[in-house]
Design a binder for this molecule. Sequence first.
Ligand code: AKG
Length: 278
Amino acid sequence: MNNILSNKEISEFKKNGAIFLKKKFDINWIKLLQDGIDRDIKNPSPRFKSHTLEKNAPSYLEDYWTWDLIPEFKEFVFKSPFAKIASELMSANKINLVMDNWFLREGGSKSTTPFHHDISYFDIEGSMCVLWLPLQPTKKDEGVAWVKGSHLWKKLFLRVLFKDGHKVEGKECVINGKKYELPPDILGNKDQYEFLKWDCDLGDCVIFDMRTLHGTLNSSIPKKTLSRYTLRVAKENAKISYVGDWTSYNYRKKMKEAGYNNGDLLGGNMFPVLYETN
Ligand SMILES: O=C(O)CCC(=O)C(=O)O
């Protein structure tokens, strides 16, 4: 199969921790995902939540791990070009699904995304990347910004709740030999960091390393409702690693019930193979 990406794009991803890709997803994929969100909102999973505290205010909504509940998401996960693109970016021979979710910020919502990196939210260790695919044209100050090169800091930061107030979960600690630190105050020290952010038309996307810090940089409030589908995948050799009670939320329970133990390679029903080289 021909490569989708150039060597330049792959080395930019490895160096910067995030890359903007133009028109890699056909409009039919975007429409399918919009339909998926509509279906999910009518019949949400138990994980669906609003991160907005103020009653009756425009909300910031999310559902996750719904690829096996929503047929539109399942089709995208298994058939879209993302798994092949991820294999090229991570020089992988095999790509497994980690988790999908979507975010929707209603026009007028004051809720924002805290700066965080996704690696701390998952009971998995290994090379992973994330697709961020806007489902409406999204200007660079309406979406998320990435801290350039932060995937190479060799740091792990405590998880931050997306709910308004952005509470940090847990205290600094060492788990399985890994040190978890308080996240840096990015917004209070913007001049110390270099940010990556892009205007996205329909079909454009950003793919980022699971360790790259990202969040809302600009406090402007979106006038129109904006949504995006995000999808996390792992390279071969990624393993289950339960990292302590402070990350324990409802998918951990499902993983344990399904028989996933520390050190198991990804696979099986919850983390199926999406792409494999011959
Ligand atoms: O797009 C958003 O609103 C948040 C995305 C995000 O932070 C993530 O997927 O980790």
